[in-house]
Write a protein that binds this ligand. Structure first.
Ligand SMILES: Cc1ncc(COP(=O)(O)O)c(C=O)c1O
Length: 396
């Protein structure tokens, strides 16, 4: 473990390499800015992934792959779905997508017509709303309490209508860092069953969870829930592989899996799968688990460090997340909007964060900002020093 923990030591984060490679963060900001924006890791992925990809391309061939994807990967995903998440399924039930994000689009496209309604949490990551908009369906927001992380199932029930096609869950939740409790999931499963509504359970964050919190998959709770649930995950967050672009949709219903594959073909999505993403995913799922364990141990320390430092800054309150590597501090006491505070931090602290605007996370996000802590302690210390200094200057 000692050796593995050194994978996440300060010297593993190289700003000059990140400025070259991290296309939507370090590369887009000025050299003196620390980007705590997009939720991706600043560390090299498990070395077995790199090695298997190098082996794959070393003969110089770049061939097409089948639109159904590699059987070996589907077998592995089915095995892991059962052993780690308690979801009973076979390789036939796994639909590969070019990223978890693409999986959201696929499900929405499969289920919804213009004018249909989809329930999404508020706040929540922007992907859900964008996917719903893309098919002309209507967003129906279900508030999550930002302070307690509670999701009110009675409220969810009140939002259902004859036009509701889908309930989108994000578990663990980005940006609240919340693992949805088993009792809440049980109630949501019962509701979905009774009302015959499908649930998209985006569980891409399921492995970034801090003990004693535990991730529970909705589809693992009851066989009938699983029939109403499309579980979605991928290796982006678990293994630091955001650029690999591969996602897994799991349904124990073979008919649904076939329909999803059909829609993926119609959208050209099935032809967007690459062998390299699949080879990388196989390597991660076979050999990446000790890397993941050390990563989560590092992240837990960084979470504790960042939360305690943020809470020492006047005007900022940060709830401790039990999952994910994002924080969503409340900055409303400072009297600035989320956008104004993000602009202020960029200008005065040279730290980039994501503002809690409606566009990013829904109307309920106002008053907060999101920052990612999947980097080194050294980088975080610098960023927090600068934020603390800028806020202290502002209020004094
Ligand atoms: C809830 C959620 N779903 C999906 C994604 C995107 O995952 P992927 O990189 O596999 O497309 C993210 C990324 O932040 C996310 O937070």
């Amino acid at each position: 473990m000692k050796l593995l923990s050194s994978l996440f030591a300060d010297e593993q984060v190289h700003p000059e390499l990140l400025q070259k490679h991290a296309r939507i963060r370090w590369k887009t900001v000025a050299a003196d800015v620390i980007p705590l924006t997009a939720a991706e890791a600043d560390f090299p992925a498990p070395k077995e992934v790199t090695q298997m990809l190098l082996d794959q391309i070393s003969d110089g061939y770049f061939f097409y792959c089948s639109p159904e994807g590699e059987w070996e990967l589907r077998e592995l995903v089915a095995e892991i779905s059962q052993t780690r998440y308690g979801i009973r399924c076979q390789p036939e039930h796994i639909v590969l997508t070019p990223g978890t994000a693409a999986g959201i689009w696929l499900v929405v496209r499969w289920l919804c017509q213009p004018g249909d309604e989809c329930i999404l949490l508020d706040p929540v990551d922007l992907l859900f709303g964008l996917a719903i908009d893309s098919v002309g369906a209507r967003r129906v927001y279900c508030r999550v309490d930002k302070n307690t992380g509670q999701l009110d199932v009675e409220q969810l029930k009140s939002l259902l209508s004859p036009r509701t096609r889908l309930i989108c869950l994000c578990n663990p939740h980005n940006p609240l860092g919340l693992a949805i409790p088993k009792e809440t999931l049980q109630a949501i499963g019962e509701l979905a069953l009774k009302q015959n509504v499908m649930v998209l359970a985006d569980e891409v964050w399921h492995e970034i969870i801090y003990p004693p919190a535990k991730h529970v998959s909705l589809a693992s709770l009851e066989k009938e829930f699983a029939q109403h649930t499309l579980t979605l995950f991928g290796p982006s967050k678990t293994f630091g592989l955001s650029g690999l672009r591969i996602g897994f949709l799991v349904t124990p219903n073979e008919k649904i899996a076939l329909q999803l594959r059909q829609v993926a073909l119609q959208l050209g999505m099935a032809y967007s799968l690459t062998l390299y993403a699949q080879v990388g995913a196989v390597a991660a799922l076979r050999y990446g688990w000790s890397w993941r364990d050390a990563f989560v141990a590092h992240l837990q320390q960084m979470r504790d460090y960042c939360v305690s430092r943020l809470n020492r800054i006047p005007g900022i309150y940060c709830r401790q997340p039990d999952a994910t590597y994002v924080l969503f501090p409340d900055i409303s006491a400072l009297g600035m909007s989320s956008q104004a505070f993000a602009d202020f931090l960029l200008a005065q602290a040279r730290v980039a964060v994501v503002p809690g605007t409606t566009d990013w996370f829904g109307p309920g996000a106002e008053g907060n900002i999101r920052l990612s802590f999947a980097t080194s302690r050294f980088v975080l210390a610098q960023a927090l020093d600068r934020i603390e200094q800028a806020v202290t200057n502002y209020i004094s």
